[in-house]
Design a protein around this ligand. Structure first.
Ligand SMILES: Cc1ncc(COP(=O)(O)O)c(C=O)c1O
Length: 467
């Protein structure tokens, strides 16, 4: 019987089996085919510990976390300084709300810090606990913004196919993934999706990146015109579509989309839930293209996943209309501005700045990460395209490298390769048939080598089975 130590507690095979049984009998995991709950044997892997970029499971296996949890743990695992901050705040004031003209010190300290680092004049934040919540807040605040100005016809939202904006009914409606719509009566009315800037899928023969970037941006304009520009409340987009497969736009796409939103007077929103807090080598992904959104949603990296926390930041233009209107904004969550979450969020943002996490990653690691991935996979017979930007990458596997032909059953090869990765001790998520990496930003060059080596082995094993 194997034994691993977890703090002072010993974990045996029996404890692992016990947890797996509890998981199968009593726990409904997110985004899962519940048919799998018929078997304890194949039950969930139990993660018990983590440090830096490494996870440990209940059987003592070390796993390199190439996904930063769920695109979240930007600063890496195991910060005991954050644990101390949380404990101190809990002892002093574990909870109070921000309704009815009250708030707490960590809430306003973090709000001010965010105003310092956000692009443009996004100076105010409405807190939540998850990306989905803050995207709901985005929709409600954008509707409110127009309604209080008497523009009650502005009810439509434009987003992109393949985008992911969360799992609530509104988040999933904003998102453009059919699998989140089927069975749920979605999207709700007034949510419209246009072509994403996914060149590998949508580029025409002979079309340059620039031409494609403009065509993809024009899809936003065409939708505005189709709906009537005076009926559109806002556009929302992830600077790089993440959970839809790491879709990196051509450089001219975003400036053109922003220009179009300004021209037609609709709110321009950025969903920075994945791309915020250093993922693209800047505090916010939109800063890579010099964008100044009217509204920005954020979560995950805001606290590096240490506690649930999210926010919607708004520009002075949006804030001014709400302040001057004198209308009540009937919206808010019990945990909006939670003091412990905000204290840890603040500790995270301050540590990132003090330790120069983003600059170091951008200068020393990001170029190496890119070089290693392209070096290893560009010529691989199973790989159609390698996409890398900052700390996000996708290795897109195809049935025919020459033509880019896809596999018959989308996602089956991605799942196979993901399972190989798991066995080889690296976490890489399969999205359709693309293998995704999004490691903690504190990863070292040696760890990048190890991560890429393990992914290469997994892709080789997959190729043997499917080519
Ligand atoms: C871009 C984006 N927006 C929103 C969300 C939803 O965040 P949450 O799962 O915290 O609700 C996600 C989650 O992955 C995301 O990637």
């Amino acid at each position: 019987m194997s034994e691993t130590a977890r703090g002072s507690e010993k974990i045996t095979d029996d404890t692992t089996a016990h947890w797996k049984r509890l998981d199968v009998r009593h726990h409904l995991n997110p985004q899962m085919n519940y048919h799998q709950l018929k078997e304890v044997e194949g039950g969930s892997r139990i993660i018990t510990d983590a440090s830096g970029v490494w996870l440990t499971d209940s059987e003592g296996e070390k796993i390199l976390d190439g996904m930063a949890g769920l695109w979240a743990v930007n600063i890496g695992y195991g910060r005991d300084d954050f644990a101390r901050v949380a404990a101190e705040q809990m002892n002093r004031l574990a909870y109070y709300n921000s309704f009815f003209k009250t708030t707490t010190p960590p809430t306003v300290e973090l709000a001010a810090k965010l105003a310092e680092i956000a692009p443009g004049d996004c100076n105010r934040v409405f807190f939540g606990s998850s990306g989905s919540e803050s995207n709901d807040t985005f929709v409600r605040m954008a509707r409110f913004y127009w309604s209080i100005q008497g523009q009650k016809k502005r009810v439509n939202f434009i987003t992109r196919e393949m985008a992911y904006h969360g799992s609530t009914q509104t988040g999933a409606s904003l998102g453009g993934l059919g699998i989140l719509h089927e069975h749920f009566g979605l999207p709700l009315p007034n949510f419209h999706h246009v072509m994403p800037p996914y060149g590998f899928n949508f580029k025409r023969a002979g079309e340059s990146d620039e031409e494609f970037g403009l065509r993809a941006a024009r899809a936003v304009e065409e939708k505005i015109l189709e709906l009537g520009s005076d009926t559109v409340a806002a556009f929302l987009g992830e600077p790089v579509i993440g959970a839809g497969g790491v879709l990196i736009p051509p450089d001219n796409y975003w400036p053109e989309v922003q220009r179009i939103c300004r021209e037609y007077g609709i709110l321009f929103g950025a969903d920075e839930v994945i791309t915020g807090f250093g993922r693209l080598g800047r505090w916010f992904g939109c800063q890579r293209w010099g964008l100044e959104p009217d509204m920005i949603t954020m979560a995950k990296g805001i606290s590096s996943g240490y506690l649930p926390l999210s926010g919607l930041m708004v520009s002075d233009k949006v804030a001014r209309v709400m302040i001057d209107s004198g209308e009540d904004f009937y919206h808010g969550y019990t945990y909006s501005g939670h003091p412990v979450a905000c204290a840890v969020g603040l500790a995270n943002v301050e540590a990132m700045a003090r330790e120069k996490v983003i600059e170091t990653f951008d200068r020393d690691i990001a170029p190496y990460f890119r070089e290693r991935l392209i070096g290893e996979f560009a010529d691989h017979p199973l790989v159609g395209e390698v996409r890398v930007i900052g700390g996000l990458s996708a290795v897109e596997m195809v049935a025919d490298k020459a033509t880019g032909k896809r596999f018959e059953k989308t996602g089956s090869v991605g799942t196979l390769c993901r399972d190989h990765c798991m066995r080889l001790g690296v976490i890489s998520r399969g999205i359709r048939d693309a293998m995704i990496l999004c490691p903690p930003l504190v990863i070292s060059r040696d760890e990048v080598d190890e991560m890429v080596r393990r992914l290469r082995l997994a892709v080789d094993l997959t190729a043997k089975e499917v080519l």
